[in-house]
Design a protein around this ligand. Sequence first.
Ligand SMILES: Cc1cc2nc3c(=O)[nH]c(=O)nc-3n(C[C@H](O)[C@H](O)[C@H](O)COP(=O)(O)O)c2cc1C
Length: 185
Amino acid sequence: MRKNFGAKPILYPQPVFIVAAYDENGVPNAMNAAWGGLSEETEIMICLSADHKTTKNIQATGAFTVSMADAAHVAQCDYVGVVSGNDVPDKFEKSGFHSTRSSFVNAPIIDELPMTLECKLISYDPESCRLFGEIVNVSAEEGILNDEGKIDPAKLRPITFDPSNDKYIELGAVVGTAFMDGCNL
Ligand SMILES: Cc1cc2nc3c(=O)[nH]c(=O)nc-3n(C[C@H](O)[C@H](O)[C@H](O)COP(=O)(O)O)c2cc1C
C-alpha cells in the first residue's frame, strides 16, 4: 500500500544551496535554497522568492555564487535560511561566514564552504520565482580533492534537506558506478 501525500514540495535528495551575492555597496549576504538544480550543462535554476535580500542583490549586481552546504557548517547554513538580510543588515557577519570576491563574477565566495559555483544572472522572473544563472566557474578547496584532483564527496561532506522531517542529512556511502552498473542488465 502507498500513502498519498498530495501535491507537496517533497523529493529526495534535495540540495542545500547557499546562495550568496553582494548588494550595490559590496556588502555580502547569503541565503539557503533547496529548490533548485542544473537546468543545462552550464546553467543552474533556483526558485527564489522576490522579497529575499539575496534575490534583490542578485538583480542589482547580475551575479551570485552557489556553495554546497556541508556537515561541518550546518548551524551557519541554517542561520542564513531563517534570518533575512532585510531585517538584519549584518546577517553575513553574524552567520560567522567570511568571504572573498570571486575572480570570475562580482559575487562573494564563502571561505568556509569548500565547493562553489560562480554564476552570472541569466534571468529572473518574480512571478514564477525562477532564477537562471550561467555557471562561469566551479571552484573547490584542494583539501576536498582526491588523488586524481577530482572533488571527493567524502571530504566535501555535502548535506541534503529532508523536507518530510525538516532535517539535514549528510550524504552517505558509494553504492554504485554511474553509466556502468546498469550495463550488466
Ligand atoms: C532548508 C531551507 C530551504 C530553503 N529553500 C528556499 C528556496 O529554495 N527558495 C527560497 O526562496 N527560499 C528558501 N528558503 C528560505 C530563505 O533561505 C530565507 O527566507 C532567508 O532568510 C532569505 O534570506 P535573505 O532575505 O537574507 O536573502 C529556505 C530556507 C531553509 C532553511
